[in-house]
Write a protein that binds this ligand. Sequence first.
Ligand SMILES: [Zn+2]
Length: 369
Amino acid sequence: MEATKHRIGVDLGGTDIKAGLVSSEGDVSCRVVVPTDVETGPPKVVAARIAEAVRQVLVKAETINIYGTSGVDATHPSSSRSVKASGSEDEVFEIGVGLGSPGLIIAETGVVHFSPNFPGWTDIPLVAYVNTELSKLHNAKDGAARKINKQYKPVLRGMDNDVNAMTLGELYHGAGVGYESLVALTLGTGVGGGVVIDGEVYHGSLNTAGELGHTVVEPNGRYCGCGNQGCLEAYAGAKNIVERIQEKIAAGRSTTLAAATNAETPLTPRMIAEAAQTGDELAIEIFAETGRYIGIALTSIAHILNPQIAIIGGGIAEAGEKLLFEPIRAELSKRAMDIPAQMKIVKAHLGNDAGIVGAAMLALEGFFK
Ligand SMILES: [Zn+2]
């Protein structure tokens, strides 16, 4: 019987570390959230928090007997590389862990070169730090306080940028299943991007490939956090969408949103989307314009890379087909040449689990592949 294999995906954020057990079908269970504690200590403290999240996942997995230690479908996450100690009862199974982290990540060496969420971190060998903490867990003598089943040895197999991880998640278990070349855009506070060529995430010569949010869509346009002018992010990032509508309200445009917002209830993209759905003309216009800018960026991307599909996720993508995706597709078909214009544009499938599923896919490179 084919064994169900599990990996652990860890999504490292500036505030929280989210982790969960991911099956080979991409189903997530045993979700945990652990505070990152970035303010209380150096990177090694964060590494210990990541190990703690992994520990909590393993404890939960044990409780619900996820590995099927009884019954017909005995599904140890075993492999030919499992490490055998003395006798079969002491057999140790390695469980692959993958980590998605914000910032510029050197995936090859497991180093965080820089991360906006972790001020002061420069060239931190985070994978090595985390594996030190994970082996402490496994080797702990007294086990009482941080008990895990010694049969399972968690090992961090891979780390990448969080958006690259999400892109992998969509490739293996989301909207990208069945495709080999794709781009992913995440529309959140910022606009992240990931590129998959021939089934592999493309990192570029110095690990900075995929910054699709900094595609210039307006040469003399709005200033971007990166220092450039007219980047897609300066139009389609959450804060920027809100700023654009506020500027129009200040210039005298009428909208139902003007009365609905004040210092206590600041405007959000969700409120703009809701207003648009009830027919608010300015709100509709803002999303149409956002879609147009995304379509301009995707036109360049389609011409450069000719991917089969562009997958768009993140909170802003929830605005949906009519408000956002139709204007994006209209812009691409207006601007792109026939063949690159065949690129499909779809909403991401994985939603809130994208970070954990994608991170777990980073463990593929090592143990389970
Ligand atoms: Zn920029």
